[in-house]
Write a protein that binds this ligand. Structure first.
Ligand code: CP
Length: 312
């Protein structure tokens, strides 16, 4: 058994834990809205260290805000890739051993898959994976699922279309493992062939008997979906601009797509978007992506609380 609680990949969490997490996220939302979060969680002696080797707006700010809302402290670095001693060649194992002496929780985003797992494997301080290269982004998927639950009222038996960069999109990878637990009716996979879902995740869907179907054009299935989850093509993992532009934004969610969706369908996106959703869609009540980003604060408060043993 590890000494500490870590959040590295979504396969590690079961349905009971997810049910309790979402109860705690609801409690966190109420605590923030009524202004009692700082006294309720009282993390006055706790220090979060955020180590981001890749850019972030939502994940970093919502984790840091969560910690401060809970009464705790945050130590951070601007651009850890260039301004931490990783730039001098320090290994992730050495880095985590050192920062474990300064803080009580480390939130790490890295450009290389597996780094968060290596840091968590040292088990010297709790580690939260805030995105590891094209691997996973578990806290994003946890907030995505809570958003679906809030917006749709339930998680079982949904028809979900996952669209965009299924190869490098780490939010997609983490979300698929969670969706599989709720017996979806159908998962549609919409991407250019070059950005298809990695074979190990396809194998996972097959092993867990999750019905899925690759689709060329979202228009052919739009009227059947409960959730349309659009993603950005992850330019940072392409060898050249030419390779990126060959596949980027082939399918844009715009008014013509919105007209095909049912009244109760929702459109999600982990953000940032770079053209894959027309801003004209933002005023449609089915556009859930900014509510989704806001939900991140409450799910992350609940996750930090779990790390420190606040609910069991
Ligand atoms: N969704 C997400 O991870 O956004 P950031 O890159 O801004 O953190």
């Amino acid at each position: 058994m590890p000494n500490f609680r870590h959040i590295v990949r979504t396969q590690d969490f079961d349905l009971d834990w997810l049910r309790r997490l979402y109860g705690q996220a609801t409690r966190a939302e109420e605590a923030v809205e009524t202004g009692i979060a700082s006294s309720m969680y009282a993390l006055t002696s706790k220090m979060m260290i955020t180590l981001f080797y890749q850019p972030s707006t939502r994940t970093r700010f919502s984790f840091e805000t969560a910690m401060r809302r809970m009464g705790g402290m945050v130590t951070s670095t601007e651009n850890a890739r260039d301004f931490s001693s990783a730039a001098k060649g320090e290994t992730p194992e050495d880095t985590i051993r050192v920062v474990a002496g300064y803080g009580d929780l480390v939130v790490v985003r890295h450009y290389e898959e597996g780094i968060a797992a290596r840091m968590a494997g040292m088990d010297v301080v709790p580690v939260i994976n805030a995105g590891d290269g094209p691997g996973q982004h578990p806290t994003q998927a946890l907030l995505d699922l809570w958003t679906i639950k809030k917006e749709r009222g339930h998680l079982d038996g949904l028809t979900v279309a996952l669209m965009g960069d299924l190869k490098y999109g780490r939010t997609i990878h983490s979300l698929i493992y969670l969706l599989a637990k709720y017996k979806p009716k159908m998962v549609y996979l919409i991407s250019p062939p070059e950005l298809a879902l990695p074979t190990d995740i396809v194998d996972y869907l097959n092993r867990h008997q999750v019905p899925f179907q690759p689709v060329d054009d979202v228009r052919s299935i739009a009227d059947m979906v409960d959730v349309l989850y659009q993603t950005r093509v992850q330019k940072e993992y392409f060898g050249s601009d030419a390779d990126y532009f060959r596949v980027a934004s082939r399918q844009i969610v715009d008014d013509s797509i919105m007209r095909l969706l049912s009244d109760t369908a929702i459109v999600m996106h982990p953000l940032p978007r770079v053209g894959e959703i027309d801003p004209a869609v933002d005023s449609d009540p089915r556009a859930a992506y900014f509510r989704q980003a806001h939900n991140g604060l409450f799910v992350r408060i609940a996750l930090v609380d779990w790390i420190f043993g606040g609910w069991d």
